[in-house]
Design a protein around this ligand. Sequence first.
Ligand code: AHG
Ligand code: MN
Ligand code: MN
Length: 323
Amino acid sequence: MAHITTLSEFIIEREKDFPFASGDLSQLLTSIRLAAKLVNREVNKAGLVTEILGEANAHNIQGEKQQKLDVYANDRFIAAMRNQGAVCAVASEENDEHIVFDNPASLDGKYVVAMDPLDGSSNIDVNVSIGTIFSIYRRLDPEKVTLDDFLQPGNQQVAAGYVVYGSSTMLVYTTGNGVNGFTLDPSIGVFCLSHPNMQIPANGNIYSVNEGNYFEFPENVRNYIDGCKKKKMSARYIGSLVADFHRNLLKGGIYMYPGTKDKPNGKLRLLYEANPLAMVIEQAGGSATDGTTRILDLQPTELHQRCPLFIGSSAMVEEVMKG
Ligand code: AHG
Ligand code: MN
Ligand code: MN
C-alpha cells in the first residue's frame, strides 16, 4: 500500500526545512487542525440540530443555549489557540476588537491570528459548503500586543490557509513555500495529504460573481462579465467565498467581489478574507487585487476594513483590470 502522509507528519517534516524554527508555528497549525475537526463534526450535525431538535436558540441537554455555528466555530478556534501557547492574540470577524490572551501559556506567544471562523454563514442552514479562513503574523513587540500587530500588510503573513467543509472536508495552507491540501478521512479523523503543491491554471473558464449587483459594478467589471458571456464561460457562484475560491483554485477561474456605488469597498474583509486567500493564490501561481493595488500590499488601517476583491487565475485577473 502506498504511504499516506498525514498533516501532522507533514508539519513535522516541513519544520526541518527551517533550521531555527522553534516549533511554535507547528503547534499553531496543530491547534487549527484540532479546531477544524471539531467544527467539522458540528457542521455535519447542523441539519439535525435545526430541523429535528429545534431552532438554533433552543437549549441543549445540559441546559446551555445552543450556539449558532459561527459562534461555535469562533469559540472553538479561539480556545484551541489559547490553550497551546504559540498565539498571544486573535482578531476575528465575530469580535468587535482583538482578544489578547492573558493566560500564562500565551503571554510569550510569538504569533497573532486573524480569522473568519465561519465563512458563508448564509449557507449553513441549507447544506451548502462553508469554510474557515486564517491568517498568521509574527507579533511586532515581545513586550506588548497592540492593534498594530494586526494592521500589518498581507505581505507580512507567515502562513495562511482555509478549511472547506464540503462534500469532503479539506484543510489547505501555505507557509510561503507552496500550497498543500489535506483531506479529512472521517473514519480515522486524520487529515491526509491529497493535493500536494497546488497550482492554479494561468487561465480558466469559470467566473464567480454575484451578478445580481451587475448594474452597480464599475464599467470595466461589467465589460469583463459581458465578455465572459460572449465566450460562453461557466458562471459559478456558491456564495461561500472559501468554496468558490477552492473550486477556482483547482479548475482555473476568477472570483470577483467589486465595490459598488453604495459600497465602494465591497463586502469582503481585508484581514480575514482577502489577505489570507491572496497569500494562498499567489503561492499557487495566481493573483489578487482590489482593482488597482495588489491585495498583499494594501496597508490596513482598521480591523474590520473591507476591500474589493478580484482573485484567481493570473491572466483573468489581469484582463478584468484592463476592462
Ligand atoms: P461571511 O459568512 O463570513 O459573512 O462571508 C460571506 C461572504 C462570502 O463568503 C461570500 O462570497 C459573500 O459573502 C457572498 O455575498 P453576497 O451574498 O453579497 O453575494
Ligand atoms: Mn466570510
Ligand atoms: Mn464569517
